[in-house]
Design a protein around this ligand. Structure first.
Ligand SMILES: [Zn+2]
Length: 444
């Protein structure tokens, strides 16, 4: 996880990195580059957001440093920061050395006053975490394992857990949720959740967005992962990034020019349902044949493990347990048993499938970096090498060489962090939309 700098001087920018890459989602903001037609209130909110993003990334800064970085006048920054200080979001830290040895007052975001709930719905697993503004985990609740006929009970239990968290912590200001894709923003439903169809009957917006005392933001899981990668990953992930989720489902979140790619219904970048064998491929629940998800999702990998009998007792394991056991076996340095050889062979196969996905990502989105996340991030060097080899063989050299493929640097069990990142991003984008600490006990 990125250690956010608390130094007085902004860190050197990576490549063409711009702070504007970090304040992407202001949908009502016109594209007019001169902003000439933007209402003043929208411009003001955008500048407050840019100021917050600057402080979030670079830590303590003086008003003069922020003004210079954002190209705004000192008078404008004074007004913007006064509003942020009044709202309790920004605090003064005392004297710091400014330019020409002049003393100036440092500013920083008060991260202690804003907490966020992240809820990760991952088919059979629901996790609920509380995080501070910088992604530090304050608590984590693993809900009981979910099957298709216990989804309603899981929703009830999620409500109860959220209620008790809100009652206990008045600093929680928003909830972010990550749900399996394709998630249709306009309706609130997930259009398809392979192997667990009852999830399709849950309207997440109605279920959680209505009657909640604080804002709730819902995002497709891979996009939430992309937001987490941008918030808590390395600095140069900011502008052009593809987060390739390899978990119970297979998904993709793409940040292009600092903005998430959505498509018409919010169902674009559904890489898991792109076919890699349209003729003889495995049949997918989405109606397509040979979908990538049928080959390298945790469920598909588990099926292969069981079929090959590589891991003793794998039938009784969860998908995650089985995948972890496979990766651990394949990575064993000593021994050369048939099981270890089979495990290595299967991991190499998975890596090749991941590589086919990367080829598609390179050719469709040409991101600077592809980050492999979730359970797949535990696949080890063998998986990464197999994926990279496919990309080297099948992608135009200039594109292959300029695309970095890495494992996510975030902890694997931090998928729920992506859910919180959805809410944290909104907080930084629209600070006026949020209120500081609610009175204790003011839950639903
Ligand atoms: Zn499919």
């Amino acid at each position: 996880m990125l250690e956010h700098s608390e130094s007085a001087t902004p860190q050197p920018c990576a490549q063409s990195f711009s702070i504007d890459h970090l304040a992407p989602s202001m949908p009502d903001f016109p594209d007019d580059p001169a902003h000439a037609t933007a209402p003043q209130s929208v411009v003001s909110e955008r500048n407050r957001s840019r100021t917050l993003w600057h402080l979030y990334r670079y830590g303590i800064s003086s008003r003069a440093q922020i003004a210079k970085a954002l190209g705004l006048t000192p008078a404008a920054i004074t007004k913007i920061t006064a509003r942020l200080i009044e709202a309790g979001i920004v605090t003064e830290t005392g004297d710091m050395e400014g330019s020409k040895r002049r003393r100036s007052i440092g500013l920083k975001i008060d991260t202690t006053r804003f907490h966020f709930i992240g809820v990760k719905f991952a088919r059979s697993l629901v996790q609920i975490g509380v995080f501070d503004l910088k992604g530090k985990r304050l608590s984590l609740t693993d809900m009981p394992r979910v099957s298709d006929d216990t989804i309603d009970a899981a929703i009830d239990a999620t409500h109860k857990t959220i209620d008790s968290l809100l009652a206990a912590d008045p600093y929680i200001v928003a909830i972010g949720m990550a749900v399996p894709g394709p998630y249709l923003h306009g309706t609130g439903y997930a259009a398809l959740v392979s192997s667990m169809p009852h999830w399709r009957n849950i309207n997440f917006q109605k279920e959680f967005g209505q009657n909640c005392p604080i804002p709730v933001f819902i995002e497709q899981d891979a996009r939430a992962g992309a937001l987490a990668q941008r918030l808590f990953g390395t600095l140069d992930d900011a502008g052009s990034l593809a987060y390739f989720l390899l978990g119970e489902g297979v998904g993709l979140g793409v940040i292009e020019n600092g903005r998430l790619v959505y498509g018409n219904l919010g169902a674009s970048t559904e890489l898991g349902h792109v076919s890699i064998d349209a003729v003889d491929g495995r049949k997918c629940e989405c109606g397509n044949v040979g979908c990538l998800e049928c080959y390298c999702s945790a469920g598909a990998i588990h099926e292969q493990i069981d079929k090959l009998g590589i891991i003793h007792g794998s039938e009784a394991m969860t998908h995650i347990e089985a995948c972890k056991a496979l990766f651990a076996l394949a990575e064993k340095q000593s021994g050369d048993t048939p099981q270890i050889r089979q495990a290595r062979g299967l991991v190499a196969d998975i890596g090749r499938y991941v590589g086919y996905g990367c080829v598609i990502i390179c050719n469709v989105f040409n991101p600077r970096r592809i980050v492999l996340g979730d359970i797949g991030a535990l696949g080890g060097q063998q998986l990464l090498d197999a994926a990279q080899a496919i990309v080297n063989q099948r992608v135009i050299p200039e594109i292959a060489q300029s695309t970095e493929i890495t494992f996510s640097s975030l902890p694997t069990d931090a998928a729920v962090l992506g859910a919180a990142a959805t809410a944290i991003t909104q907080f930084l984008d629209r600070p006026s939309y949020f209120r500081a600490a609610r009175p204790p006990g003011n839950a639903r």
